[in-house]
Design a binder for this molecule. Structure first.
Ligand code: HEC
Ligand code: HEC
Length: 210
């Protein structure tokens, strides 16, 4: 009896859905995606928007507003011949390290890139999680998850060496308009990052490592 009533309800729902579908305004498959052409035929009518990276050489003075406060800036200049970045060939640092950046008109690599944010813990030879010579249990102790925020002096942190992991060239003529309107929290947030050594840990719940 129970089963029968379930089936009856199921059928009634299906009937309702069918009625719903037949009266609803139909939506064509083509209108759903970015591609507005027949989805089952590859014809010349279907073509994507070409990727158009800026071709201005580094130093032409063109910059792109930051997407939001402290967003990694997009690369505004041509990167032809600069990638891939390898251990022995990183042209980005040759212009962007603070000691040369000012003279070539490039934005200097910021303070955060000279800081280590790695965990304060390390594995011992016998596989124990150690913090400052002490065995820690990450689940039980805040020391187990502690991040060690340390200045790297004037040495670029190894985690920032591969610039194009976070900074990318901007393609122009976007297929989809970006309606996002950033609210910058610092006065010149559209043009520079606000992170510095003093503000680095502000608002972060971390334990200073040694
Ligand atoms: C020949 C020197 C030179 C090289 C090499 C170079 N840049 Fe630049 N970069 C500049 C200059 C100068 C600017 C400022 C805009 C301009 O004048 O083109 C700039 C701007 C930038 C910006 C935007 C900064 C801002 O304030 O908005 C980023 C990000 C950037 N470069 C990243 C890179 C990366 C990543 C590489 C390596 C793939 C690289 N650059 C290689 C000179 C260089
Ligand atoms: C792990 C991601 C990451 C890597 C790798 C990285 N950056 Fe950044 N970069 C950021 C972020 C996020 C910001 C903005 C916030 C900040 O200042 O830390 C930034 C900011 C910058 C700025 C703007 C500084 C300012 O004062 O406005 C420059 C220039 C820059 N990076 C260049 C580089 C170069 C050159 C490399 C390679 C040597 C590099 N970055 C590697 C994430 C990264």
């Amino acid at each position: 009896m129970k089963i029968i009533s379930k089936i009856t309800i199921g059928l009634a729902t299906a009937a309702l859905l069918t009625v719903g579908c037949s009266t609803a305004k139909s939506v064509s498959e083509e209108s759903l995606g970015l591609r507005k052409t027949n989805l089952y035929v590859e014809s010349n009518a279907t073509h994507g928007d070409a990727t158009k990276y800026g071709t201005g050489a580094a130093g032409s003075g063109h910059k792109i507003q930051r997407a939001f406060q402290d967003a990694p800036p997009m690369i505004p200049h041509d990167t032809e011949g600069m990638t891939p970045i390898t251990r022995d060939n990183n042209q980005c640092v040759s212009c962007h390290m603070p000691e040369v950046a000012v003279s070539v008109g490039a934005t200097p690599v910021p303070a955060s890139h000279f800081t280590t944010f790695r965990p304060a813990v390390a594995l011992s030879k016998d596989g124990k999680l150690m913090n400052n010579g002490e065995v820690v249990d990450p689940a039980a102790s805040s020391k187990g998850n502690a991040i060690s925020i340390k200045s790297n002096g004037d040495k670029l942190s190894g985690t920032r060496f591969n610039c194009t992991q976070c900074h990318a060239p901007q393609s122009e003529g976007l297929a989809v308009e970006n309606n996002f309107k950033p609210v910058y929290t610092s006065k010149d947030g559209a043009n520079r990052s606000s992170w510095n050594g003093a503000k680095m840990t502000e608002g972060l719940n971390t334990v200073e490592g040694k």
